[in-house]
Design a protein around this ligand. Structure first.
Ligand code: ATP
Ligand code: MG
Length: 241
């Protein structure tokens, strides 16, 4: 892999790209994951690669929901596994939620590679999808789930979700929390809580909130309002100001 000098002005972004590239070489990330990453990266560029109040407010709401969930599950795909393996494992332990491997582009080998990667990073509770348990009515490979996991979850935390499954879970009455840099995606618009931030910043920030902030405020939450604020921020981007 190309060595990136730490003085490079785009160092952080290039390091993240390297992780995704390595993920493909290790059989964890799909080649389509590279494209999905590119889309996210473009939005992050427009956001100045920063975490804003609309993301923090969504995280605050997510913490409230995760703390009171009866059967929370964290759904993990290849991009999340290579970008934030340590923090997603840490989150799973703090909220006592299994990590369930669930990918859009079908591959048994990749599912196992993701599970192994998470275990190498300390995960103790990793679930794989079962070919016998399907979410009927959903057509993509994401329909295969674990009977002890997503199949009976009341809350699913799914960074980098796919719109189809998100809609499906919401219709089933599951609370869906996502991280998506694109406030215009179907996922962002369908989820109950959308954290518009890069997953590499969002998961550590969420952990920090979980551990250090009391969440007893009853302030009302509107995901629609969060998305409007995020979109405004994106559209306000200008290098000429
Ligand atoms: P949808 O299926 O919801 O309509 P989509 O088809 O546009 O969305 P997908 O390819 O399903 O997008 O998933 C990629 C999504 O993940 C994009 O919205 C992209 O902005 C977002 N994304 C990619 N990388 C990151 C990241 N590191 N952090 C947060 N979001 C990201
Ligand atoms: Mg999609």
């Amino acid at each position: 892999m190309t060595e990136i000098p730490c003085t490079h002005p785009r160092f952080a972004s290039l390091k993240i790209r390297t992780l995704i590239e390595e993920g493909v070489a290790q059989g964890i990330t799909s080649t389509a994951g590279l494209i999905a990453h590119g889309r996210g990266e473009a939005f992050d560029y427009l956001l100045g690669e920063d975490t804003y109040d609309f993301a923090l407010e969504a995280m605050y709401e997510a913490v409230k929901v995760l703390k009171t969930a009866k059967h929370p599950i964290i759904s993990v795909n290849g991009n999340t596994a290579v970008l934030v393996p340590d923090s997603i494992v840490k989150l799973s332990k703090i909220i006592q939620a299994p990590l369930e491997v669930n990918i859009f582009h079908s591959s048994k080998e990749r599912e196992v590679a993701i599970a192994n990667h998470l275990q190498k990073h300390g995960a103790e509770n990793v679930l794989l999808p079962s070919s016998d348990t399907e979410l009927t009515g959903l057509e993509s490979n994401r329909r295969f789930v674990n009977p002890e996991g997503i199949a009976k979850a009341d809350v699913v935390f799914v960074p980098l979700e796919d719109g189809d499954r998100c809609e499906y879970l919401v219709k089933r009455g599951v609370r869906v929390i996502t991280v998506d840099l694109n406030p215009l995606s179907r996922t962002a618009r369908t989820s109950h809580i959308t954290i518009v931030d890069n997953v590499v910043r969002a998961i550590p920030a969420l952990i920090n909130l979980l551990l250090n902030t009391p969440t007893n405020s009853s302030k009302s939450f509107s995901n629609r309002e969060i998305l409007i604020r995020a979109e405004k921020k994106l559209r306000a981007f200008s290098q000429c100001s």
